[in-house]
Design a protein around this ligand. Structure first.
Ligand SMILES: [Zn+2]
Length: 432
């Protein structure tokens, strides 16, 4: 199996190389650490029979023994905060030695702790629009609605890597409409309960598939599933991949419709309209979903009230006046730039495992030092509702995994060659 797929992959590489010159705008500069982490590979086409072989199976955390060496090396090069891997606990992961997850050291957003680096208050009068969990069967209707209202480019889509693997053209539809694409991990786990390598795979492979399907543009933002992030996970996201952590300041609770009788279309719309007519000083960054028709319907209902109440609609990147991607500007057609992954924290072009310890520890420490235990100011998430969010989203992920089960089970038998190829850096060797 390995030999067959390896050969077929190299055949495709050969075709790609010989048929037409490579698009130089796609390639990363050779001295960029973006190039180290996400070098140009065979550009997967969703129509290729071998498409799934380029990625891990959907529905579970990618195994650590298949991670590209460049990612592992970069992980070794940073100093992580002394935060233990949390233990799953019905939506509220617990920490070793009874440590308090809301304190500065851990700063778990599950317990409503945020840091100065977290993005969740977009500012006066700005409505930062985002949708989690796509692409799904509900996505096309959302994209049509956004397009009809000239709002496609004002939406950030935090996508699940496994969902993209299952529906790559769904992601491309969002890209082609002009939407901003960001990371919602590979298999929608509580990231604080994952090993360092587990976090690495959840983020890295989602970045890889988004990059592969969007002209080499490397995602710059991620949102933790269930909002479950702590300082260890933040440090990996930022230090290895240069990802900004995005949470929210208001939970729409759209996810609860259908699973909790207290939440209906009308009740959720009513609450959202209350926020829309309320204080604008911190802006609104809502937790919303493109998971189901019901969640999309809520957005469609309140949409006219956003502008009517004087809000300025922007995607998350524009809301914070930042580029859309690590290595590109403010659209899906902007040129690739020479910006490096984690340039602000790791000013190195070449990855090594020991020499960068001292230069990186201070920046990681700053993550911890700047931690504040403030809660997201307008979050509606009481303990009860957050618990419901967890169970609801877990059900969503489980349903997604179930819907992918046929593909996942078959893909699991053939995905290994892609892993090995990426891990050995053979694609890198081909193109550098
Ligand atoms: Zn989610």
């Amino acid at each position: 199996m390995f030999t067959t797929n390896l050969l077929s992959t190299f055949s495709l590489l050969a075709i790609a190389v010989s048929a037409t010159p490579l698009d130089e705008s796609w390639l990363q500069p050779r001295d960029s650490s973006v190039h180290e982490l996400f070098s140009k590979r065979y550009t997967p086409s969703p129509s290729d029979a071998n498409f799934t072989q380029n990625y891990p199976a959907a529905g579970s955390t990618p195994p650590s023994n298949g991670l590209p060496q460049a990612w592992l090396d970069k992980l070794k090069s940073i100093t992580l905060p002394d935060v233990s891997v949390a233990t799953p606990n019905n939506g509220y992961p617990t920490y070793a030695n009874g440590e308090t997850p809301s304190d500065e050291k851990i700063c778990s957003f599950t317990y409503e702790c945020t840091t100065k680096e977290d993005l969740y208050n977009p500012g006066q009068g700005i409505f930062a629009l985002s949708f989690d969990d796509g692409p799904t069967n509900a996505s096309p209707a959302l994209y049509d609605f956004l397009a009809k209202n000239n709002a496609s480019t004002a939406a950030t889509h935090f996508m699940i890597g496994g969902n993209i693997l299952y529906d790559p053209t769904g992601m491309q539809a969002a890209v082609n409409a002009g939407g901003h694409i960001a990371v919602h991990t590979w298999s929608h786990q509580y990231t604080t309960t994952l090993s360092n390598e587990g976090v690495l795979g959840e983020l890295g492979w989602t970045m890889q598939i988004i990059s592969d399907l969007n002209g080499g543009r490397i995602p710059k933002y991620w949102r933790p599933p269930y909002g479950d992030v702590d300082n260890r996970v933040r440090a990996i996201a930022k230090g290895v991949f240069g990802l900004e952590t995005v949470v929210w300041n208001t939970d729409s609770a759209d996810w609860a419709i259908g699973s909790n009788p207290q939440y209906t279309h009308d009740s959720v719309v009513s609450q959202l309209n209350t926020w829309l007519t309320g204080d604008k000083s911190k802006g609104l960054l809502l937790l919303e979903h493109e998971t189901r028709d019901e969640t999309v319907s809520v957005f469609e209902t309140i949409f006219p009230n956003i502008a009517a109440n004087g809000w300025t609609l922007k995607n998350v990147a524009d809301a914070f006046n930042m580029d859309w991607y690590v290595n590109s500007g403010r659209s899906n057609s902007a040129a690739i730039t020479t910006m490096s992954v984690a340039a602000n924290t790791l000013a190195v072009a070449n990855v090594s495992t020991s020499a960068q310890q001292s230069s990186t520890s201070s920046s990681v420490a700053s993550v911890s030092a700047s931690t504040t235990a403030q809660s997201a100011s307008t979050t509606s998430g009481s303990s009860a509702s957050k618990s419901q969010a967890s169970s609801s989203s877990a059900a969503t992920a489980a349903a997604a995994a179930a819907s992918q089960s046929g593909k996942s089970s078959s893909a699991s038998n053939v995905v290994i060659p892609g892993y090995i190829i990426a891990g050995l850096g053979l694609f890198t060797a081909f193109f550098v």
